[in-house]
Write a protein that binds this ligand. Structure first.
Ligand code: NAD
Ligand code: UGA
Length: 465
């Protein structure tokens, strides 16, 4: 089975970069990415590649090569579905904010809408690929919807979860550790799996393309994120212990990471993990475990989230306590708002929660982030609904120049590990801030001794200096 036309529903952080790389490596396949968000599609089609809706190192170059050749961005969802033999669903699956499972279960309304739209439009057989992260057994629900359209079209469902990380999306897509494809265990199922394997095999060695049953594939995605987040919460738990015992968390990370059974990656203590998926996927896992009555399993994984919330809270509390127990009316400068470096994504960023906690203490916050817009920052804060949008704009300012942002600050807090923060002229910053000059390094990226020698009261996650 040779695929010639692909449609991807959802032009977001996953759909955009994933399909761009698929198109780059398969010039003989036409790929149309569709979205209901017109502004997003317009941005993907912008002649100026600096205006792409997503910032990812290397993405501009990939889009430049493939766009208009065999990669297209469109709002004509039904037309693209109709023309494709294979349809990826890459829509968002946020945590439910209402009804049963509120605050835990994945909200599958966008998935269901996509499935119903496919069912409505399809006049020829289709392969439907789950690219979004979904609760285990969602393929069954999608199949039920598709199989009851009554127009005699045959559907095969595949699960092909995405493991890219933001900030390194293009590199991760070009050199993935593995590609996972789950499908039905039948003759047709195997043919369908192979059709997708062939597309990836144009640039990925076959040994790295893993095929499984549908449920293993769906569940593995949730488990991978849970394991990754668990490592961060584990090292963050140890960071607090380091601060009170005189141990240094980066030395501990190095010491344990050199054990090949543990490995060195994902052991960086931080102000807390963020991003659109870790929390959402663990909550989803917890909800699934609970729904099967597996309460110990649910409690075990929920602790990863509890630890992460604690890490964000204690960072904010430490700022208040070191600033003589009051930040009321004091200017605190945030360097970084994104949930990690090299992305303009801010979803669930620790910065949002630390800001909210400090604003509750009547601090005045100034934010500088090299890639995040002022509009986005206010949207993030307003979304919490803690105070009015006017109040958020009065208490928090966004400044597009870092030295200016730090002027007359009572404290500077590093929330994102952007490389440029390390390169700043900290002696210069020292002269412009209010003394005693406090720096709270939530990412442990600066040299503590150097900062102290300048005269800063330097405080970092995971170390008592
Ligand atoms: P996103 O919000 O950036 O993009 C989703 C897009 O889907 C939006 O642009 C939205 O307008 C569009 N959409 C929703 N319903 C639609 C419909 N009916 N028709 C057309 N378009 C529709 O989300 P994302 O970050 O790309 O995540 C998508 C999925 O991938 C989620 O399930 C997520 O868990 C998973 N995932 C994300 C990442 C990541 O790094 N962001 C990595 C791996 C997996
Ligand atoms: C994560 C996974 O790494 C991807 O494999 C997965 O595809 C994706 O989630 C997803 O499903 O959405 P992402 O959230 O983009 O990717 O970024 P990560 O690099 O995993 O970082 C997540 C958060 O953990 C960030 O806030 C980061 O700063 C933090 N982190 C990460 C640490 O605090 N310490 C570490 O050692 C590593």
């Amino acid at each position: 089975m040779k695929i010639k036309n692909i449609c991807c529903i959802g032009a977001g952080y996953v759909g955009g970069p994933t399909m761009a790389v698929l198109a780059l490596k398969n010039p003989d396949i036409n790929i149309t990415i569709v979205d209901i968000n017109e502004a997003r599609i317009a941005a993907w089609n912008d002649n100026d590649l600096n205006n792409l809706p997503i910032y990812e190192p290397g993405l501009k170059e990939v889009v430049q090569e493939a766009r208009g050749r065999n990669l297209f961005f469109s709002t004509e969802v039904e037309k693209a579905i109709d023309e494709a033999e294979m349809i990826f669903i890459s829509v968002n699956t946020p945590t439910k904010t209402y009804g049963k499972g509120k605050g835990m279960a994945a909200d599958l309304k966008y998935i269901e809408l996509s499935a119903r739209q496919i069912a409505k439009v399809a006049t020829t057989d289709k392969i439907v690929v789950e690219k979004s992260t979904l609760p285990v057994r969602t393929a069954q629900a999608i199949k039920n919807i598709l199989d009851h359209t009554g127009n005699g079209v045959k559907f095969q469902i595949l699960s092909n979860p995405e493991f890219l990380a933001e900030g390194t999306a293009v590199q991760d897509l070009l050199n993935p550790d593995r590609v996972l494809i789950g499908g039905e265990n039948s003759k047709e199922g195997n043919e369908t799996i192979n059709a997708l394997v062939d597309i990836y095999a144009t640039w990925i060695p076959k040994e790295q393309i893993l095929t499984t049953n549908l449920w293993s594939s769906e569940l593995s995605k949730l488990v991978a994120n849970a394991f990754l987040a668990q490592r961060v919460s584990s090292i963050n738990a140890i960071s607090e212990l380091c601060e009170v015992t005189g141990a240094d968390v980066s030395e501990v990370s190095k010491a344990i990471g050199m054990d090949s059974r543990i490995g060195p990656k994902f052991l960086k203590a931080s102000v807390g993990f963020g991003g659109s998926c870790f929390q959402k996927d663990i909550l989803n896992l917890v909800y699934i475990a609970k729904s099967y009555g597996l309460n110990e399993v649910a409690d075990y994984w929920e602790q990863v989230i509890i630890m992460n919330d604690h890490q964000k809270n204690r960072f904010a509390e430490n700022i208040v306590s070191k600033l003589y127990n009051t930040v009321s009316g004091k200017k605190i400068t945030f360097l970084g708002w994104a949930f990690k470096k090299d992305t303009n994504d801010t979803r669930e960023s620790a910065a949002i929660y630390v800001a909210d906690a400090l604003l509750n203490e009547e601090a005045e916050i100034t934010v500088y982030d090299p890639k995040v817009s002022e509009e986005r920052i206010y949207e993030d804060l307003d979304y919490l609904n803690t105070r009015s949008p006017e109040e958020n704009r009065r208490l928090l300012k966004v400044v597009m120049e870092p030295y200016h942002a730090c002027e007359k600050a009572h404290a500077v807090a590093i929330l994102t590990e952007w490389d440029e923060f390390v390169e700043y002229d900290w002696e210069n910053i020292y002269t412009s801030v209010i003394k005693p000059a406090f720096v709270f390094d939530g990412r442990r990226i600066l040299d503590g001794q150097f900062m102290k020698d300048i005269g800063f009261q330097y405080d970092a996650i995971g170390v008592s200096i």
